[in-house]
Design a protein. Structure first.
Length: 154
């Protein structure tokens, strides 16, 4: 946990699905009370994924981005929050998006997490809404294809 080493890498759904679902289940289903039918939406096979792992290779964070540019399922286990794991997952997903030529990305941020996504250049659009009984807001990010770094955190 605090002070332990970890890393983030591109995940392959066909290989890493159990680990990705383990993290998402712990955060969204158990911790936040999201219904399993909402969290497990059947779209994972169509998405690009990132996974964070501790030094023993155990999953500690997850995230995905659809081919249509929707970022989602950003989750970090409780004991690992506040150490940059979520930032690294976002940087990896945005790297994958750029590599795939996806220049406009969007997400439905939990309202309480909107400040996190502002650091990556996301801007709110529209009014707050409920998703899985949690307040959310739509946020959009557009890059021109010449961007070299993503999510510097500054």
């Amino acid at each position: 946990m605090k002070g332990e080493s970890w890393s983030v890498r591109e995940a392959q759904w066909s290989i890493d699905c159990d680990d990705l679902l383990e993290v998402r289940g712990a955060v969204f289903i158990v911790e936040q009370g999201v219904d399993v039918s909402v969290e497990r939406d059947g779209r994972d096979g169509e998405c690009l994924h990132a996974i964070a792992e501790d030094s023993a290779g155990l999953p500690i964070g997850a995230g995905r981005i659809s081919r249509g540019g929707k970022v989602g399922r950003i989750a970090v286990l409780g004991g690992w929050r506040g150490q940059g794991v979520g930032m690294a997952i976002m940087r990896e997903l945005l790297r994958q998006a750029q590599h795939a030529g996806i220049w406009k990305t969007y997400l439905h941020s939990q309202s309480s997490a909107a400040g996190f996504y502002l650091r990556f250049g996301y801007q709110p659009e529209g009014d707050e809404f409920l998703e899985a009984n949690i307040p959310h807001m739509k946020m959009i990010r557009v890059v021109d294809g010449n961007e070299k770094t993503v999510g510097s955190g500054h």
